[in-house]
Every structure is written in structure tokens, then in C-alpha cells.
Design a protein around this ligand. Structure first.
Ligand code: NI
Length: 134
């Protein structure tokens, strides 16, 4: 089994809060990401597909096609958007890197026809990322 990964970048705003919490609790738990009108991150998404190289092409999946798929099903929805308001798939979901990874998996998975989706990693800042393995 070979794992191949395609990386992509997007910028988006979000606000982390739970309406069931008090303002003080939200502030304490979500800190800067609780900013009332949201704030921005430069996100990186890494999509890993597992499989055996096709004997004809040597590819597990054509990474150009994977790149186009990420563009169509993810970036077109989220790049330069406010994740709390502009992305129907994230409605009612606290847009942490963890939850974004889960939603991105569900958007991508039905379209992966060569190999098998293995991992979605969402990096929110230099030191923080979340990974979902399905
Ligand atoms: Ni944030």
C-alpha cells in the first residue's frame, strides 16, 4: 500500500462559540477564536489517498485530478468565506479544525474513485492541526 498526499491552502474566518455556554465560558474555552465578529486563519488541508500504484501509470491517484477535486468540493466553498455563515455543511457546527476535517472528509470521500481516502489533515496555525482517518 502506498500513501500519496495533496496539499492545498485556503483563508477563511471563523468564530468558535457554543450558544449553550455563557460569554465568560466561551471566552475562557475558545480564547481568541471566540472573537465576536470572527477572525481569520490561513489553513492548510492535506488529503491522503492510499492504494496500489496502477501498473499502467504508476499512480495511486492522479494528483492533478485530486488537486482539482479539492478545488471543486472544498476550496470553492470555503476560501475567503466565513465558515460560520457561508458554508452550509458547517451550519450548526463549531468550526474547529477537528470538525472541519470531519466535514471535509464527508465532502471528499464520495468522489475518491481511485485508491481509498486515508486521511484529511486540517492545519489551522503553525502548531495546531487535526487529522481524521474516517
Ligand atoms: Ni481561530
Amino acid at each position: 500500500m502506498v500513501y500519496v498526499t495533496r496539499k492545498a491552502h485556503f483563508s477563511a474566518a471563523h468564530r468558535l462559540f457554543n450558544p449553550a455556554f455563557t460569554d465568560e465560558q466561551n471566552e475562557a474555552i475558545f480564547d481568541k477564536c471566540n472573537n465576536l465578529h470572527g477572525h481569520g486563519h490561513n489553513y492548510t488541508i492535506e488529503v491522503t489517498v492510499a492504494g496500489n500504484p496502477d501498473p499502467q501509470t504508476g499512480y495511486v491517484i492522479d494528483l492533478k485530478k485530486l488537486s482539482e477535486l479539492i478545488e471543486e468540493v472544498i476550496l470553492a466553498k470555503v476560501d475567503h468565506k466565513h465558515l460560520n455563515f457561508d458554508v452550509p455543511e458547517l451550519e450548526g457546527i463549531i468550526p474547529t479544525a477537528e470538525n472541519i476535517a470531519l466535514v471535509f472528509w464527508s465532502l471528499l470521500e464520495p468522489h475518491i474513485t481511485e485508491g481509498k481516502l486515508q486521511k484529511v489533515r486540517v492545519t489551522e496555525s503553525d502548531n495546531n492541526f487535526a487529522e481524521y482517518f474516517g
